[in-house]
Design a protein around this ligand. Structure first.
Ligand SMILES: C[S@@+](CC[C@H](N)C(=O)[O-])C[C@H]1O[C@@H](n2cnc3c(N)ncnc32)[C@H](O)[C@@H]1O
Length: 445
């Protein structure tokens, strides 16, 4: 007897559902998204390609980073991947994982390419004495101060744990996420005494291993024993997939990170991995950039006293809610309630004018930008940094900008919300006294 049409349909749906959740399908998705291989691979690559060749960020520096960051289009890729592979039931999390993997791989390639270029620049410059502009000194000083402050906070936490761990015959486990060339881990270890440095297991994690030799050399020089140094290549979004990190699950006393977590568009994902790494009572302390400038191409200053939503898409004023048009976000003028917290307006002014400097335009251009910014604010006109930069295009920067990769920095509210949602006990953020753009966060499991 022929199978009724409805039954035939549901049998094939059931088969597809089963297939969608299989390990074979996970591999298919990985192959197609990360390597462009297998069914749907080419279609998916050409879809992602459109993202890859866009300037990143499109509305900021117009720079040409080629990272296929999933944050471009949110999770808009998910239906495309499902369709290309031919199974509408593939779980979103499987596709997200593959997109993260692709993003991390491309990021690493980009970072390594930038490093190679850096070397070339250094050799071309050899022998020339570059006079650093005041802005460069300020930025360096502020970041150094943020690193030193973070290092002190983290080291205090490590010190508190060394005694009890030592009595129990255990090392104290410290993990640094996005360790780079060590500007976070070195100031932390430096704050420990020589004998304390021998009681810590230092685990540095980065998606790129290019700086691992620097880290190892630096830690050895600080007196951390070789056998206590672990260098792990892994991505924030999938830390526990790495077998070495998996073996540390529930073991970490302190997890830290400096200027790195914004590389992950979804903070919730990395926080949930951190939570798994930490032992009960373990501490998570990190610092990162904080400003609302990233929200949209056109930034509009909300009226005085208005309360702006976290993503800047709307504000509330005199009992009315005003929503922004597409491509527009609001910036709050409210003064910060907490110590050292500047208003979003002040942060925006600081960040955008810092970018003028980071592009190596002169201090005079930075000043001119600030005046333009203030006039726009006064007249209520939107601030479009990209269009301002076009004016600067004819003018020569003092030297070629070395900033190649600008990133989706977060506001402190974004991080606070994600930390609260992580299940960890979240403490008060500490706003840097040196700059309205640097914030230190802490949480405990
Ligand atoms: C701005 S550097 C900060 C390095 C160091 N913490 C410091 O304070 O100088 C950001 C680092 O995060 C790393 N990174 C970016 N995305 C990552 C990811 N998804 N997983 C792991 N590391 C990542 C980069 O390779 C880079 O070394």
């Amino acid at each position: 007897m022929p199978v009724p049409y409805a039954r035939r349909l549901s049998a094939s749906t059931a088969k597809k559902k089963k297939e969608a959740n299989s390990a074979v399908m996970r591999k298919k998705v990985m192959d197609a998204v990360v390597h462009g291989k297998g069914k749907g691979g080419r279609t998916i690559q050409s879809h992602l390609e459109a993202t890859r060749t866009q300037a990143y960020p499109t509305h900021m520096l117009g720079n040409k980073s080629k990272v296929p960051r999933e944050s471009y289009q949110g999770w808009g890729h998910i239906p495309t991947v499902r369709k290309a592979i031919g199974n509408p039931h593939i779980p979103g999390r499987v596709i997200k994982e593959a997109l993260y993997e692709r993003s991390a791989k491309a990021y690493e390639a980009e970072w390594n390419a930038a490093a190679r270029k850096g070397k070339l620049k250094a050799s071309a410059k050899a022998g020339t004495k570059q006079k650093m502009d005041q802005w460069a000194k300020d930025i360096t000083r502020n970041i150094t101060n943020a690193n030193a402050r973070n290092g002190q906070f983290v080291a205090n936490e490590v010190k508190r744990r060394i005694g009890a761990n030592d009595k129990a015959g255990r090392l104290t486990t410290l993990v640094d996420l996005g360790s780079g060339a060590g500007k976070t881990i070195f100031p932390t270890v430096e704050k420990l005494s020589p004998s304390q440095r021998k009681k810590v297991r230092v685990t540095c994690v980065d998606v790129s291993s290019k700086d691992f030799p620097t880290i190892k050399k630096g830690l050895l020089a600080l007196g951390v024993p070789k056998e206590n140094i672990l260098l792990i290549k892994a991505s924030f979004g999938s830390l526990l997939k790495n077998p070495k990190l998996r073996s540390l699950a529930g073991e970490a006393d302190v997890v830290t990170s400096g200027a790195a977590l914004h590389h992950m568009s979804r903070s919730e994902t990395v926080f949930s991995e951190v939570q798994k790494l930490l032992k009960k009572g373990g501490s998570f302390k990190f610092w990162d950039w904080s400003h609302p400038t990233w929200r949209a191409p056109n930034l509009v200053i909300a009226p005085k006293g208005a309360e702006v939503s976290i993503n800047g898409r709307a504000y509330k004023h005199n009992g009315k809610i005003v929503r922004g048009k597409s491509g527009m976000a609001f910036i709050s003028q409210r003064p910060g309630k907490r110590r050292n917290l500047r208003s979003e307006l002040a942060q925006t002014r600081e960040m955008l004018s810092t970018w003028v400097s980071l592009l190596n335009f002169s201090a005079k251009e930075k000043q001119a930008f600030r005046q333009w910014f203030d006039r726009r604010v006064e007249s209520g006109k939107p601030i479009n940094f990209e269009s301002y930069l076009k004016r600067l295009q004819g003018k020569r920067p003092s030297k070629k900008a070395e900033i190649e990769v600008m990133e989706a920095h977060k506001t402190w509210q974004n991080y606070s919300r994600a930390l609260k949602g992580s299940g960890m006990n979240f403490g008060r953020p500490v706003f840097s006294p040196d700059s309205g753009l640097l914030v230190h966060y802490s949480a405990k499991k």
